[in-house]
Design a protein around this ligand. Structure first.
Ligand code: DC
Length: 212
């Protein structure tokens, strides 16, 4: 089984993906980390983020071992990832890796922006996670502070809104819900309730129950 989770920045999809994978003993891929790794490679190389050809070469050379680097989680790398991920050639270079990951046994959970629409359009379960921008900014600010980073909530909110705008309006695989995705509004849910709601969706699909 493939579970596709998409949603905007800081919507909680990463945590849900990790928890669902643990629950079902599936493998988990946070696809945002891949774009973040390309962005970091571009920053390290001093390259212009608008240089699509260069970004595509670095994307093709990525070593998945680098996806665990904590620096990938920083705001600066996230912002750069939103820019490089808009390049068609970068997305094309990363497609096969993601599809191969999804296809392997015993099952996989992938989270990102285009999993249900482009990477795994045939995923058995698709969840589109949404949450109020202010709630997302608050949660992201707390996460950053917990990692020891400086975070001003108003700046974090502005960054989230800017990234939403760019991720939704780009030509290449924009952020949008697949027509057959279940919508999960995470604004008022704590982590446990969100995980419960996601498991309920998976179980409803497995049982062949019609969607609400
Ligand atoms: O989910 P995240 O914040 O780690 O993602 C960082 C950026 O990467 C995001 O702004 C857009 C891009 N991204 C993407 O275009 N497609 C994905 N499947 C995942 C992330």
């Amino acid at each position: 089984m493939i579970i596709a989770i998409d949603g905007p920045a800081a919507s909680g999809k990463g945590t849900l993906g990790k928890r669902l994978a643990a629950h079902y003993h599936f493998r988990h891929l946070d696809t945002g980390l891949i774009y973040r790794a390309v962005a970091k490679a571009m920053l390290d190389a001093g390259a212009d983020l608008a240089d699509e050809a260069r970004a595509a070469i670095l994307a093709a050379e990525l070593d998945p071992a680098a996806f665990g680097d904590p620096i990938l989680k920083t705001q600066q790398v996230g912002e750069a990832a939103s820019v490089v991920s808009a390049h068609h050639k970068v997305r094309a270079a990363l497609l096969t890796f993601q599809r191969n990951f999804a296809a392997g046994p015993p099952g996989a959970v992938l989270d990102g922006r285009d999993i249900g629409t482009v990477i795994c359009p045939d995923a058995q379960v698709k969840i589109f996670v949404v949450a109020d921008p202010a709630v997302r900014a608050h949660r992201r600010t707390l996460e950053m502070r917990a990692r020891g980073e400086q975070a001003d909530e108003a700046v974090v909110l502005a960054d989230i809104l800017k990234r939403d705008e760019r991720d939704r309006n780009r030509a290449a695989a924009p952020l949008k819900a697949a027509p057959d995705a279940y919508l999960l509004d995470n604004s008022q849910l704590d982590i446990e309730s969100g995980v419960r709601a996601a498991i309920d969706i998976v179980e409803a699909v497995r049982a062949g129950r019609p969607r609400d």
